[in-house]
Write a protein that binds this ligand. Structure first.
Ligand SMILES: [Fe+2]
Ligand SMILES: [Fe+2]
Length: 227
């Protein structure tokens, strides 16, 4: 397992992303890195890391069959449908659900946690605006053209794809900032049930976007980009 690239590991076992996200291992933009190098770079001991990762994998496989798909070998049109069904629908829902909850906890907990919550709120609202537009751009412009198997250098599709990949980088930075400000969505001692729910949903959203971006950047888009 040491010599496998991060992108191949995640393609085979998408459920490993929760484990990697919690340790800030970047498989989205750093997908070409070997798992061995990524572990060392973050200052972890390799053997215990691999052992814990295998255990986390085994545990999550027992619980989660939805993610048990091999996106690496999926036909491209099926992969596009899978991304929309698995990621776009879920993320749109989460964005709409989280917004009023986040406002509510910022209002109620302003006195003690206002500084953190204001920053999270600001980042979230930026993420919501950007991601909603990004998803539509994919659904309305780029995915239909990829499905029609056009040559991407025709009719501006290549520039659209490049813009989408630039969005992925910006989004990744936003997510890392959110994780940093919240110390990986750590809850304060006086967190109420709404606070717990909001941070839990935000964490789910962030994990889902990381996997989503990885699937587009490392598996889908490279199939169409000029060699
Ligand atoms: Fe997407
Ligand atoms: Fe995307």
């Amino acid at each position: 397992m040491h010599n496998i690239k991060l992108k191949d590991l995640v393609a085979k076992h998408p459920e490993v992303t929760t484990f990697l996200n919690a340790r800030n291992i970047d498989y989205c933009c750093g997908g070409e890195t070997l798992i061995f190098d990524a572990i060392k770079e973050k200052g972890y001991e390799v053997e215990p890391f691999i052992r814990d990762m295998k255990k986390a994998l085994a545990d999550s496989l027992k619980q989660d069959e939805v993610l048990d798909k091999d996106t690496l070998t999926m036909a491209s049109n099926d992969l596009i449908n899978y991304i929309q069904k698995r990621h776009h629908v879920l993320e749109k829902d989460l964005l709409v659900t989280i917004e009023p909850l986040l406002y509510k906890i910022m209002n109620v907990h302003y006195e003690h946690h206002g500084e953190e919550l204001k920053q999270v709120h600001h980042l979230f609202m930026t993420l919501k605006r950007d991601l909603e537009e990004h998803l539509l751009e994919e659904e309305k412009h780029v995915f239909p053209r990829l499905k029609a198997q056009i040559t991407v250098s025709e009719d501006g599709t290549l520039s659209w794809m490049e813009a989408l990949m630039a969005d992925h980088v910006t989004t990744g930075e936003l997510l890392h900032q959110m994780k940093k400000i919240t110390h990986d969505f750590a809850l304060p001692e006086d967190a109420c049930p709404t606070y717990i729910k909001t941070y839990g949903l935000l964490n789910n959203l962030v994990n889902d976007i990381f996997l989503h971006v990885y699937t587009e950047n490392s598996i889908l888009f490279p199939r169409y980009l000029p060699k």
